[in-house]
Design a protein. Structure first.
Length: 620
């Protein structure tokens, strides 16, 4: 009887080997990131991965276990497992595909495949294909074929084709069945630990890539999908609720509610550019890069630059809400997935509409993507122009090129009643970095293509402003430029948890700026979320609804910025920059490692902030 249980041992062995090979390929593909890490630490990845691998295998065992117990109790002596190779091959193909997708997502996002990526593929497949177009197709197909082929080969060598049962009494077979169920449950749970297994149990290194490699890809995906459905409980409970709230209240407390008035009018027209991936590193002024954004750099000398601004997150959907509503990001959860919640948020457009503004929104892509349309239409935008409103012309896999979108906005705005608030969301500087003409920096790699699309968008903005100068509304218009998020390119040296990756330019520009402020730079630390309070203060419009936004032109505000990505969060102030992994419960980046007291204080502020923001999300 006990010999028949070797079936399970061989099944477990097969999947352990499969996950080993998958992890090995992941590390090879990311070899440039682990080159400086010792071999012993890299090898430790495979040991620390075992708990999650075994847990995932236990879930795969459920169907074979049910079949085994059925035939065991049925009294059969020999059971043919013709169905098992089919079951395994389906899983091998599925897991091989997930692995390849994970390799490419990790390259772009710095995190493993998760519920967000899955939803991206299911609900917006065209955009998902466009986003993945910059991935090395030939390499991806080759890896997919390699993993699947290795899986098929190993299955034929390791997995048993039939089970032989020895004669035994019913009570003994019952005990064996109960033991097998119990062992499988413990494998799922991760053993006898006080808490059930989670991703952090695989974390062991200060090198984040090794921690990510140790986390089982499929287990992580399933966990992420299940966690994404939970919105009624706060996963970020670090402090007492009242204590966290007091920390946040102190961050936003000011001695005096005042502002530096940089405008010569209280009711200018406003054109807000949310520029795709327009990281500070693209500019000469902030990133010391030559020739990528010459037009934008020239605008800085005539406008007001906020030089230490950080994006709230690492994707457009996060920057979209942060900019227009002043609402921070929620790490692994994204509020745009819940239109019933986003419609309760304040917005710049709503505040301006109540004060006589006419609002319009221009986008070259699908406005239904990530529920943008739901937000736009529920926040007092009277006009929405998106991909569906254009006829002909050159398009990317995402939609219209920026040049066409800016031209359309110029045409439409001519008939707009003043004062107006017009938002433009660009998209050309997004992977796969396609252009309607020549690539300024060539196409040798994604960095060159990224720089080229950024140069193109910069030239489109320049052409737009030159054309706008001929219009009567130009002299009474404030132009605001902000990125939707930062980017790993063009420098390609900052991991997802490094603050510099979130550094973005914020520029106020136009004839409505007082002469004494033209060319001035404000160097206080701030966030995308601060645009709402800063702008409305200039217009003498109440910004009290924007509780997560601070006025960057109030000399009394505390300088800080919070940002987050799928697994972690960061906090920056004048004293320190700290980023923290919410899964591994570890500090990833610390600008002042030796100052333990300051680190504790900054980290407490970060934890309080995320905890409090999530509480507000639940309440909405």
């Amino acid at each position: 009887m006990l010999k028949s249980t070797f079936f399970f041992a061989r099944f477990i062995l097969f999947w352990l080997v499969f996950f080993f090979l998958d992890r090995f390929l992941f590390l090879i593909i990311n070899s440039s990131k682990i080159a400086r890490i010792s071999y012993s630490e890299i090898l430790a990845t495979f040991y620390h991965a075992l708990l999650l691998d075994i847990s995932m295998i236990a879930y795969l065992l459920i169907i074979p276990l049910i079949s085994y117990i059925y035939w065991l109790l049925n009294g059969r002596k020999v059971v043919n497992l013709n169905w098992l190779p089919v079951y395994n091959k389906i899983l091998i193909v599925l897991f091989s595909l997930i692995s390849v997708v994970n390799f490419n997502i990790y390259r772009e996002w710095g995190s493993k495949i998760n519920a967000k990526a899955l939803g991206f593929a299911i609900y917006t497949p065209n955009e998902a294909l466009a986003s993945s177009a910059s991935s090395p197709i030939a390499l991806s197909i080759s890896i997919l074929a390699l993993i699947a082929a290795m899986g098929f080969f190993l299955q034929n060598r390791i997995i048993l084709k039939n089970i032989k049962f020895e004669k035994s009494p019913v009570w003994f077979r019952g005990i064996i069945s109960i033991l097998l169920i119990g062992i499988t449950f413990l494998m799922m749970r991760g053993g006898f630990y006080g808490a059930p297994i989670n991703q952090s149990m695989a974390y062991f290194s200060k090198e984040q890539i090794l921690n990510h490699a140790a986390v089982n890809t499929e287990w992580n995906l399933i966990s992420s999908v299940l966690a994404a459905k939970k919105t009624k409980s706060n996963p970020y409970l670090y402090l007492d609720k009242q204590q966290a709230a007091l920390q946040v209240k102190d961050l936003y407390a000011v001695k005096k509610d005042t502002t530096i008035h940089i405008l010569n009018t209280e009711r200018p027209n406003i054109v807000l550019f949310i520029v795709e991936s327009f990281t500070a590193d693209l500019t000469k002024t902030l990133g010391n890069e030559n020739g990528i954004t010459p037009s934008f750099d020239s605008l800085i000398s005539k406008g007001v630059l906020f030089s230490k601004i950080y994006s709230s997150g690492n994707r457009t959907d996060k920057g979209f809400i942060a900019t227009l509503s002043g609402f921070p990001t929620l790490a692994a959860v994204n509020i745009v997935k819940w239109p019933e919640k986003t419609q309760k948020l304040p917005s710049i457009a709503q505040s301006l509409y109540k004060n006589g503004y006419h609002n319009s929104f221009f986008y070259g892509g699908e406005s239904e993507f990530d529920n943008y349309k739901a937000f736009i239409l529920s926040h007092d935008y009277q006009k929405l122009i998106d991909k569906n409103d254009y006829k002909g012309g050159q398009v990317t896999s995402w939609g219209q090129f920026d040049g066409a979108v800016l031209k359309r906005q110029l045409q439409e705005i001519k008939t707009e009643k003043q004062p107006f608030f017009s938002t433009i969301l660009t998209l050309t500087n997004h992977e796969p970095f396609a252009l309607p003409g020549q690539y300024k920096f060539g196409t040798s790699d994604n960095i060159a293509k990224f720089k080229s699309t950024a140069y193109y968008t910069d030239s489109c903005i320049n052409a737009y402003l030159n054309a706008a100068k001929k219009e009567s509304w130009y002299k009474n218009t404030l132009f605001i430029f902000i990125a939707d998020h930062g980017h790993v390119y063009p420098k390609n040296i900052y991991d997802i948890y490094v603050p510099q990756r979130y550094h973005v330019p914020l520029l106020f520009y136009g004839d409505v700026i007082k002469d004494e402020f033209k060319g001035k730079k404000f160097n206080n630390i701030g966030s995308q979320t601060d645009i709402a309070a800063t702008l409305l203060a200039q217009l003498n419009i109440s910004n009290k609804e924007f509780i997560w936004s601070k006025n960057l032109l109030n000399p009394y505000v505390k300088p800080f910025a919070f940002f987050s990505w799928d697994n972690g969060m960061g906090f920056i102030n004048n004293e320190q920059s700290v980023t923290f992994d919410n899964v591994g419960k570890m500090i990833l980046y610390n600008s002042h490692v030796k100052d333990e007291a300051q680190t504790s204080k900054t980290l407490t502020q970060a934890k309080s902030y995320l905890q409090s923001v999530y509480e507000k999300f639940i309440e909405l």
